[in-house]
Ligand binder design. Sequence first.
Ligand SMILES: [Zn+2]
Ligand SMILES: [Zn+2]
Length: 454
Amino acid sequence: MEFISLGRDNDIGASCHYLRVGNVGITLDAGADPNEEGPRSLPDFTPILNRRVDHVMITHAHHDHIGGLPAVNANWPMARLHLTHASKTLTTLMLYASARLQRRKFYEGSSPYRPLFEDEDLDDIFDMYHSHDFNQRINLGSGGTHAEFIYSGHLLGAAGVLLTTDDNRKVFYTSDTRSEDQTIIPGGQYPSSPVDVLIMESTLGADPVAEQVTRSEEEIRFAERLKAVLDRGGSVLIPVFMLGRAQEILALLGRFKAKKLIDPETPIYSAGGLREVSKIYDDYRESSPRIDPDFRVYSVEQRRFPRTHKARARALNQPGIHVLASGMMIENTLSHLIAMELLEHEQHAIFFVGFAKDDLPAGRLIHAAQSGAEGIILDSRRGMQTINCEVDRFRFSGHAHRRELLEIASGLAPSTIILVHGQTEAKRWLKEALYKECPNAQILTPSQGELVKV
Ligand SMILES: [Zn+2]
Ligand SMILES: [Zn+2]
């Protein structure tokens, strides 16, 4: 078996890995780097341009796993694209939204790059999708190589991939995974018997705090902090990823209201694409794993975040909760704009609930607040702003913390572990820890484009 990682090896970046099993060429995911634009955001396909890609296994609909799909389809138009039913619906929504955003940025002049794909390209791909149930056998070649999607717990539709080769070796790709329950989405599942090769995500490998907090303690702390801000008349901004984190947080806020941990009359605002995603979450509530199939995201009363300046000022000047994308507060997104409105006022709060990269505005603000810095520049046009509002971070990630990852690895007893999808520091910590946890395994952290033979 041959393995080549095509995304950057020192960061989360674009998730895309090539596998050759017998004479079958497979890519696991086809992502794009959400922090880059234009061709730089794509995986580097150079090492596989002369190879066949027969199948693309898409694990879930986050941009870092699907944003390069049109490029893969353009290079290998005959490749079959496999994903779960819910992922197909979400991927369609997310890719058209991405095309819209790229068009807008280019024509507004905020990005020098022409869109990587247009709606017509996506219309073509649509016919290439093969959607599957979890645990359904997917034949990948005449020699008996087959795969199945195993429910991974990360978000709606998300799956790991268990591959069985024609000589009966097992390869498991965790993709993004969480083994513990969230609010809507129950914890993930893993193969029931050992595997030969484990390809594992490393997102939280360098986060020592996530493993120390329990979800129930964190929920109580979150409810208490929300109540304190609302009681003093403040507004709370919760920056979220529109797919996954947004729906989980809305569900949690609904639960807090039902238990009267916060005032049930508190207005909750949401906006844009995350509202469409919430509808899809509700549509799949009976046909995808759920903690409570009766729960609907839209049963949590939400107002649309106002569009005009005047109405926004009115909404922010009274107690309320604003659940807005993007999660990492990327420049010019709603959460970035509203953070700048709240930052200098001590009655308000900005609460982070997901993964935050150090070099993006969310990570920079968390770091500045924790280190006691007086100010931060979120936008050079606005200049230095004093941090007077409350800034805090709560651990509700859809990713397994690093102890969870070690448990998943030791449970599968692989002879080879390939670490992917994480910053260098995260992979380094996991590699060290895995030497102890899985002493018989060979542990690899391949560079981008490096050919690994297993
Ligand atoms: Zn993800
Ligand atoms: Zn990811």
